[in-house]
Every structure is written in C-alpha cells, then in structure tokens.
Design a protein around this ligand. Structure first.
Ligand code: NAP
Length: 461
C-alpha cells in the first residue's frame, strides 16, 4: 500500500469516530454557544426547549424539540438553564432516569444556596447521574473561540462512568477536563467564577496601605519640613522624587514579606517539634499568596527602575548640577574626586542592577509556563536560594544608598529617620533569623521535623 492511500484511510471517518447525540435543555446564550461548539466537534445536537420553533440563532444542523422528545434522543443531557427554573424537570423524572445530566449553572453570589446547584438537581431528579461541568467557561469564549485562558473545565460527580463520559466530551471540544472528585466539590466549583482575584486581595491592600503610609511620611519629611524651616517649595517632589522613594521601599518590604512567613513557619515547627500540627489560619493564607506578593514587589521594583532612568532629564537635577559647576567656577576651585563616594555610588548601582536582574528571574520562573517545565528541586533552588540572594542584594543596595549618612543625626527631621531606613527593618529581621536558622543546631532538627520526625510523637506504636 502506498503512503498516500494510508493517509486517506487515516482521514476517512470510521463508525467508531461517530459521536453520540447530545441533548441540550435551553436555547439561551450558553446552550446555543455550547451546541455550536459541539456541532463543530462532530456531535449531533438536539435542543430541548419550551418552544419548538427554530430561529436563525439556533446553530445550523441542530434540531429543536420538546424537552420530552429531546431527552429520549440522547444519553447525555446538558441543562443550560438557570437553577430557579429547575422545577420543570420534576415531571420528566421518569424519562431522565439513568441519563447523565450535566449541570453547567452558576449563581450570582458565593454560597447563595445551602446546597450546590448540582446537588439540588440530583435531589430533584433522583434516578439521574448528575455531573457538574462547563460552568467556568463563558458562552462568549465558546462562541468566539477565545478559550486560551479558560481551557480548563472542572468536572465532578458521584458516578465514575458518567463523569468519564462528560470528560470525553470536554476533551473532544478541545478543552482540558480537571477531575475534582465527587458532587460534594460542586459548591466550590460554582463559587470559583464568582471570586475576584482572591489571592491578590491581601498583597494589593497591603501595598496600598504601605504606599499611603510612606507617601505621607515622605511628604512630611521632604516637602512640609523644608517649607516650614527653610521656606522652600519642594511640592514638585510629589511627581517623581517621592514615588521614586516609595517604589523601592515597597519592593524591598514586600519581597521580605514573601520570605517572612517561611521563617515564621520554621520557628513554629521548631517550637512545636512537629510538622503535623496546622499553622494558624493567617499564616496559611499568607503563605498561599507569596507568589502574588512577589509579583507586586517586582512591579514596584520595575517602576523604581523607570523613575531612576528619568533622573538626569529632570529640571531640578539639571539646575542643581549646573549651579554646583557655576559655584566652582565662581570660586575658581575644582572639587577633587572623592574615591570613597565614587565607590559607594558605583557599589550602590551595581547591587541594584544585580538585585533587579535576579528579581526579574524570580518573576519569570513563577510564570506557570516556566514553572511547569522545571522540577521541584530546580523550582525551590530558584525561589528559595536565588530569592534570598535577591533579598540580600536589594537590602545591601538600600544600606549602601545610605552610605556615610546612614544613622547620622542630621538626617533626622522632626525625629523622623529617612524612609529608606524604615524599609530595612523587615528585610534585616528576615535575613538575621534565616542566618540563625542555618546553624546546624537548628537546621538539623528542622530538617528532621520536615522529614516527619516528632519530638513528642502523638501516636506511639
Ligand atoms: P439564558 O440566556 O437566560 O437562557 C436560559 C434558557 O433557559 C432560556 O433560553 C430558556 O430556553 C430556558 N428557560 C428559561 N426559563 C425557563 C423555565 N421557566 N423553564 C424552562 N426553561 C426555561 O441563560 P444562559 O446565559 O444561556 O445560561 C444558562 C445556564 O448556563 C445558567 O445556569 C448559567 O449559570 C450557565 N452558564 C452561563 C454562562 C454564560 O456565559 N452565559 C457561562 C457558564 C454557565 P428555552 O426558551 O429554549 O426553553
């Protein structure tokens, strides 16, 4: 047999490729969009509707019948109807007996009903095999084909065979089924599309809070203080100088807050002598949003880089440089090069550049497309070892920035230290505790605890 004929054989439809008819109750937006996608994927589709008149909106090739007639034609019935109308299914209980009912519904509020919509459907039609699926996919994405961000379809149900049938349909539509277990998981799956950036809430609120605090702090020190004592108007600092102080501070503090919960968890485990007791809720939640905290920190670090790049073209900076030159000319005196200052300034910049480079590397490795391609050890190496190195470099960058002025009494205004000094408190604390935890007398028991050893075992043999 030649090569071409074998290709033709492979492309020719076989009886085993023929798809089973799927019934969709409801000719609304979602029912039509799903029907359209199913027909494209080779499924014969029959709609069950209150009105059997077909309209131009119904996907070409689909039949529209009464609910009873449509249900008799398929083993899988997708209920594309709002939960509050499910009552109409009760008289159909006999026809729906043994059929796979797919619940695609969502609610308007989280935990709107005591039981999930899928469990409610299972109670209404006791003989049917209810499976929850498709609720996280939007009608618009199905219709327009823009499913890149929402290819995953959460599936759950009590009947394994019914769940497999639905998962096969999901795959045939070019989507990825994710088995979430029994119908008990339906409530969580239904709440999922109603959540608004759950992991981002804490990092964003925290950065807003810190940004507001440091903004007023810098405003008092750098604008109000010179105005009161020297009658100088530095209000234009609000545009670039103050943001360029706040951004690195937030980047450093938030980066330190990514590593602080790990250090606290280690102390708790050492104190308890076991890893088998749950951490307090606040620590669990904090640990879960570390990636988001790190990404917000990276955003502030990137802003700091941009603000720093425009410094030479700022009118105030050009004025200050030219007036220094003019004063040297007038006094006929050239300032000699201060090597210590040159060292401090170059080291400060070098530490900042290296710190930012590693920061970007950390951000890139946290992207799912990258993290999925590295193994657990590689991921831990980047996020933990390189993460701490980033924290060390950024902390050193801030310390060297202070240079000789660091802790000098002249830098206090109204007893307030420079804002960058405050930003060093959390990172230094994290680094010192982490350093102490590396000592073998603490590291060894901690490693054993993390491998399952307990100081006072709960269940002795
Ligand atoms: P829709 O446009 O309002 O359509 C609902 C359909 O339900 C109607 O077209 C109607 O179909 C049927 N219906 C209405 N009242 C009924 C009643 N009293 N008795 C029997 N059938 C009735 O809603 P949809 O946007 O398609 O949403 C349908 C389901 O899919 C909902 O549970 C929704 O949560 C879920 N969902 C929607 C989307 C989305 O993007 N739209 C995404 C995920 C999940 P007939 O006129 O043909 O009877």
């Amino acid at each position: 047999m030649n090569k071409n004929s074998s290709n033709i054989m492979a492309l020719a439809p076989t009886t085993s490729n023929r798809r089973e008819t799927v019934c969709i109750f409801g000719t609304g937006d979602f029912g039509r969009a799903l029907g359209h996608k199913m027909i494209q994927s080779g499924y014969p589709v029959v709609f069950g509707s209150r009105s059997t008149q077909t309209s131009s909106l119904i996907p070409k090739g689909a039949e529209v019948l009464s609910h009873t007639e449509a249900a008799q034609k398929a083993a899988v019935i997708i209920i594309a109807i709002q939960r509050q109308h499910y009552n109409f299914l009760t008289p159909l209980t006999e026809i729906l007996h043994g059929k796979v009912l797919v619940d695609v519904s969502n609610n308007l509020k989280i935990n709107e009903y005591p039981e999930s919509n899928a469990e409610y459907l299972a109670q209404l039609v006791p003989g049917a095999k209810v499976v929850k699926a498709f609720n996280t996919v939007s009608a618009w994405a199905l219709q327009s084909g823009t499913l890149d961000a929402s290819r995953q379809v959460f599936v759950c149900g009590d009947d394994m065979e019914a769940k497999q049938t639905v998962m096969n349909i999901v795959r045939a539509l070019g989507l990825t089924p994710l088995d979430q277990g029994s119908l008990l998981a339906a409530q969580e799956i239904e709440n999922y599309p109603l959540q608004l950036f759950p992991m981002w809430k804490f990092p964003i609120l925290l950065s807003f809070g810190l940004a507001a605090f440091f903004f007023f702090y810098c405003l008092i020190r750098n604008v109000i203080y010179p105005y009161v004592y020297e009658n100088k108007d530095f209000s234009f600092f609000i545009a670039i100088s103050i943001p360029n102080r706040i951004c690195p501070i937030l980047a450093l503090v938030l980066l330190a807050l990514v590593y602080l919960p790990g250090v606290l968890a280690a102390i708790i485990q050492l104190y308890r002598g076991t890893k088998y007791r749950r951490f307090p809720d606040w620590l669990d939640k904090w640990m879960l949003c570390r990636k988001q905290l790190g990404l917000v920190a990276l955003a502030f670090a990137s802003l700091h880089v941009l603000y720093t790049l425009v410094i030479p073209i700022r009118s105030f900076v050009r004025w200050r440089t030219s007036s220094q030159i003019i004063s040297q000319v007038l006094n006929n005196k050239t300032e000699p090069l201060n090597t210590t200052n040159a060292w401090l300034s170059d080291s400060y910049l070098a530490l900042g550049i290296l710190g930012f480079f590693l920061f970007v590397l950390l951000g890139i490795t946290s992207l799912p497309s990258v993290s999925n391609n590295v193994n657990w050890r590689e991921f831990r190496f980047v996020q933990s070892k390189l993460g701490y190195l980033t924290l060390i470099l950024c902390t050193a960058h801030t310390l060297v920035y202070g240079g000789k002025r660091f802790l000098s009494s002249s830098s206090y205004r109204w007893y307030l230290p420079n804002a960058y000094m405050l930003s060093l408190v959390v990172p230094c604390m994290v680094l010192v505790v982490k350093f102490v935890l590396i000592f073998p007398c603490l590291d060894k028991p901690l490693t054993r605890i993390r491998q399952g050893w307990e100081r006072n075992p709960q269940y002795s043999e």
